[in-house]
Design a protein around this ligand. Structure first.
Ligand code: PFF
Length: 480
């Protein structure tokens, strides 16, 4: 055990840098990579989305990942206390804690729908186990999915099970609960994904998939694609809400922040791309399938593929098990900041805090459960008219889409802007330099340049998008 004093609410440090990398990768790699990335790429025109996504990961994701880790390690506190403490130390207002608070709110909202999708994956493990995917036709695959999500009781039951699992892990405490699980989970996950790509490349149209994902069609580029890619980058890397900051609080002093960030960002991006390469060859090989399936893509497409291959039953069990495992390790990191806040600010015991937060999030998740069934036609449009212009802020979204929009397009990028601005202009350079002391000076200056420039640019993009002006700019550029 390390000799340093306990950090945050009594937990100890990760036993090694590797343990931290595994945990942070466990947070980053999840439904966002395997379920989200392929369907978002498919909905947003493939290559153009992937290109913007990769640019966001490098130019925004990597510098903000380093920023979150260094704030966490510098203060060894949960995100709210961390922002407050570092701001005060640098002679600024304690109100910076609101960035941490917004993160707790974002974690709360994200986990509410994340658990529902995680529940679907859990249901599919059992479907796969019972051999239901053998020789499955496109019609039956559709029915299997629709009957699950269209039945609120069933969907709620799986959502409940998923949430119970997450609460159990979190209530045990970060160190004992997580480190033990993640150590063997992450490598298994990589191996299974690679096997899937292997199968897909033999069975499907690999060339078409590679072309679709990596040969951008710029006529598909518009403001929606840019905002979707940016939100997806934040979501996939677990950035903007303090989850990585929270884990950074447990990182040993001698570990390199820059190298560690690079490892996590690299692993997360690799898994997203590998998932795309596992899914699209088969999408292109089966005529009934389209790329723009939406949130059901993985769930409708893969069982058909598994049903057509030798040994598909076994592979499908493995795949959905993998998805559940990846989802749980991410969900745990979404719940952790909420629980840590209740423990440190509200004086609750960890057990009780996990149960209370878990229940509230579960309850909110019922809104998402119903969005795919009884409430699927309940849609909200917010389009105020100012002068002779109509600003479409929300265009006919259901409950799930509103929560997704609030978090992906607003809270995470906004959290990212604030964090970048904070390390770039508020935190003392002495403190940030000390956290990156083991990297060459050039790394520090590049990082500082990026965070100082990322913040205003990102801020402007979010604002323009909010006001519905980003669209007009794309039109004007002839890019829509
Ligand atoms: N990065 C996770 C995924 O890709 O599934 C989701 C996530 C976890 C987002 C933790 C944000 C977060 F703080």
């Amino acid at each position: 055990m390390p000799s340093q004093p306990a950090s945050t609410d009594g937990n100890i440090y990760w036993s090694s840098r590797l343990a931290f990398i595994l945990a942070a990768t466990g947070s980053a790699v999840g439904l966002g990579n395997i379920w989200g990335f392929p369907y978002k790429a498919g909905e947003n025109g493939g290559g153009a989305f992937v290109l913007i996504y990769l640019a966001c990961v490098l130019a925004i994701g990597l510098p903000i990942m380093m920023s979150e880790i260094l704030i966490g390690r510098h203060t060894r506190k949960n995100p709210i206390q961390a922002m407050e403490r570092m701001a005060v130390q640098s002679g600024h207002s304690p109100r910076w804690r609101w960035v941490g608070l917004m993160g707790v709110g974002a974690g709360f909202l994200i986990l509410s729908f994340y658990s529902v999708i995680g529940g679907w994956a859990l249901a599919y493990v059992f479907r796969a186990l019972s051999g239901d995917f053998a020789e499955i036709t496109p019609t039956v695959a559709n029915e299997v999915f629709n009957s699950l999500v269209g039945d609120p009781e069933r969907s709620m039951a799986w959502h409940t099970l998923f949430m119970v699992a997450v609460v159990l892990v979190v209530s045990k405490g970060v160190n004992s609960g997580l480190e033990r699980i993640i150590k063997w989970l992450m490598p298994t996950l990589f191996v299974i994904l690679l096997v899937l790509v292997g199968i897909a490349s033999v069975m499907g149209d690999y060339g078409a998939a590679v072309n679709y994902l990596f040969n951008p069609d710029f006529s598909k580029l518009n403001s929606e694609v840019v905002v979707a890619a940016m939100g997806q980058a934040f979501f996939s890397l677990s950035l903007g809400l303090g989850a990585i900051m929270m884990y950074g609080a447990y990182l040993p002093d001698h570990a390199s922040v820059a190298k560690t960030s690079l490892a996590i960002v690299g692993a997360d991006t690799a898994v997203a791309l590998i998932s795309g390469l596992a899914i699209f060859p088969l999408v292109f090989a089966i005529p009934e399938m389209t790329t723009a399936e939406g949130p059901s893509l993985v769930f409708k497409v893969l069982p058909q593929i598994f049903g057509k291959i030798e040994g598909g039953g076994f592979v499908s069990v493995m795949f959905f098990l993998l998805l559940v495992i990846a989802a749980i390790t991410s969900a745990v990191s979404l719940l952790e900041p909420v629980v840590s806040w209740l423990v440190t600010q509200k004086g609750m015991a960890r057990d009780r805090a996990s149960h209370v937060a878990g229940f509230a999030i579960w309850f909110l998740g019922l809104g998402t459960v119903l969005s795919f069934s009884s409430w699927s036609d309940e849609r909200l449009t917010i389009a105020p008219r100012i002068g002779d212009r109509i600003f479409v802020l929300v265009d006919g979204k259901n409950f799930f889409e509103i929560v997704e929009f609030l978090t992906f397009s607003l809270m995470l990028p906004l959290g990212g802007v604030m964090i970048a601005y904070f390390v770039g202009f508020i935190a003392s350079m002495k403190a940030t330099r000390r956290q990156l002391a083991d990297s060459p000076r050039a790394v520090y200056s590049t990082w500082l340049f990026m965070v100082r420039n990322v913040a205003p640019i990102l801020g402007v993009i979010i604002l323009l998008n909010m006001l519905g002006i980003l669209d007009s700019i794309f039109l004007w550029l002839g890019l829509s």
